[in-house]
Design a protein around this ligand. Structure first.
Ligand code: CMC
Length: 430
């Protein structure tokens, strides 16, 4: 915190505004009293210059391409840690000791089953329902099944709800997949680790023995780590806003999943793979680069660009490495989609338009190729993102609930509609 102030001149009168400093990163000008002082709001569509909260969870330096969870670089966590350890770190602020880790893993594992009545809930959906539609509904529906963990004023209930969501998300995601492909649900097997259990629930069938491939399990676990949190992005802000009204945590996370679904956000991994498939062969890349640069064409290179990263997304580098590991393990020597992706990246990184606008590959550029090779259909990609991001949403929601200065989120607007006017009856309307 600093005693520094910044002065704004409104109607020729100086208005002093406090400046707050973070531990790293840009300081903020505190405008919370501005309306009272000047009768004016600030205007910032898309919140490009607005910090909505204080947070101790995740830090991004978009210019340098740095991502830290609780101070730890994403590269180190992805290389040395596992997903549940990352969950613990995001939730509690420190890496767990061996005993804390064993206890946390045990607690998560004991919550992996979902209420059996959920099975009936699934059968209400059409088989061709998008799994994200199912996830929005089913996660929201958890609040109808677990009444004993919806009182947000009780820290114990908040903790139980958090454990339940982290533990049940893979089960629900696998159920959404199984329902989609018309196979029976596979119940969790708790002697497996979190990610191996998820792979088994997705790909095992009752007719055959299923052996988890440890290389694929490790790769997917790393993908989960990469997606676990990303500070105040659209879906996290949605979760915080929903939570600020006092809504129960299951409903808040369902709201986050709905927001994540959009192609500008988590839906980009599905859109990126579809785009690579549409391009098909490297010789068609120039055509698509030209489309992306054409102001009259709504097409964008999916998996490219980011609101915060104006440098290579650090997650994209790790994802690219993971893609090669997975393809190697599966013996896929030539993947035409990977050829298109690698060449597209090379061309775009040298193109003046992309260079000038600082558009680099983001995490979604390579994730689709990896997940497809593992056997997931494109419609599941964003579900996997939601599964991994759940812990980040929960950590951010908990931080907000525990913040004594927390108030309902309520942005204002610049009204540009009709001024006040009198009602006219139908007969009098011309
Ligand atoms: N292809 C072509 N042009 C682009 C792209 C792209 N992928 N991304 C941005 N631009 C251009 C855009 O047209 C604009 O040009 P101009 O200044 O001439 O109008 C400029 O770059 C700035 O773009 P913007 O839309 O104002 O930037 P934003 O910060 O509002 O949007 C974004 C960020 C991620 C939504 C955008 O880059 C995009 O749509 N990318 C493709 C979708 C995607 O990959 N999303 C995943 C993001 S990472 C995972 C996640 O967070 O969920």
């Amino acid at each position: 915190m600093s005693s520094e102030t910044s002065t704004l001149t409104v109607d020729n009168k100086p208005v002093d505004l406090a400046v707050k400093e973070g531990t790293i990163g840009p300081s903020v000008i505190d405008i919370s009293k501005l309306y009272g002082q000047t009768g004016m709001f600030t205007y910032d569509p898309g919140f490009t210059s607005t910090a909505s909260c204080e947070s101790k969870i995740t830090y991004i330096d978009g210019d340098k391409g740095v991502l830290l969870y609780r101070g730890y670089p994403i590269e180190q966590l992805a290389e040395h840690g596992d997903f549940l350890e990352t969950c613990y770190l995001l939730l509690y602020g420190e890496l767990p000791t061996a005993a804390q880790k064993a206890d946390f893993d045990y607690r998560v594992t004991r919550h992996t089953m979902v209420h059996d009545q959920m099975n009936r809930f699934f059968t209400g959906f059409r088989r061709d329902a998008h799994p994200m539609a199912i996830m929005v509904a089913c996660v929201g529906a958890l609040s109808a099944f677990y009444h004993d963990s919806t009182d947000i004023s009780d820290p114990h209930q908040r903790m139980v709800a958090s454990m339940r969501m982290i533990a049940k998300m893979p089960t629900l995601a696998a159920m959404a997949y199984k329902y989609h492909v018309g196979q029976p649900f596979v119940y969790p097997q708790n002697d497996l680790d979190y990610t191996s259990n998820f792979l088994r629930m997705c790909f095992a069938v009752p007719a055959e023995e299923y052996k988890v491939n440890p290389v694929l399990s490790r790769a997917l676990d790393r993908i989960f780590i990469l997606h676990a949190d990303h500070e105040q992005n659209a879906s996290t802000s949605t979760v915080r806003l929903a939570g600020s009204s006092g809504a129960n945590p299951f409903a808040c996370i369902a709201a986050g999943i709905a927001c994540l679904w959009g192609p500008a956000h988590g839906g980009a991994n599905e859109a990126a793979l579809k785009m690579l498939e549409e391009i098909g062969t490297p010789d068609r890349i120039p055509e698509y680069i030209a489309k992306a640069k054409d102001k009259n064409d709504p097409f964008r290179l999916m998996g490219f660009g980011h609101r915060v990263y104006k440098n290579y997304d650090p997650r994209a580098r790790i994802m690219q490495k993971t893609t090669h590991e997975v393809l190697n393990e599966l013996g896929i020597k030539d993947d035409p989609l990977l050829d298109v992706a690698v060449e597209l990246e090379q061309i775009a990184l040298k193109d003046e338009y992309f260079v000038e606008k600082k558009l680099y590959p983001n995490i979604d550029f390579y994730s689709g190729i990896t997940l497809k090779a593992m056997g997931f259909p494109t419609s599941m990609f964003t579900v996997l993102f939601a599964l991994a991001r759940t812990v980040g949403w929960i950590a951010q929601w908990s931080e907000m609930i525990e913040d004594p200065s927390q108030r309902i989120g309520r942005p204002r607007q610049l009204y540009v509609g009709e001024p006040q006017r009198d009602y006219v009856t139908v007969a009098q309307r011309g």
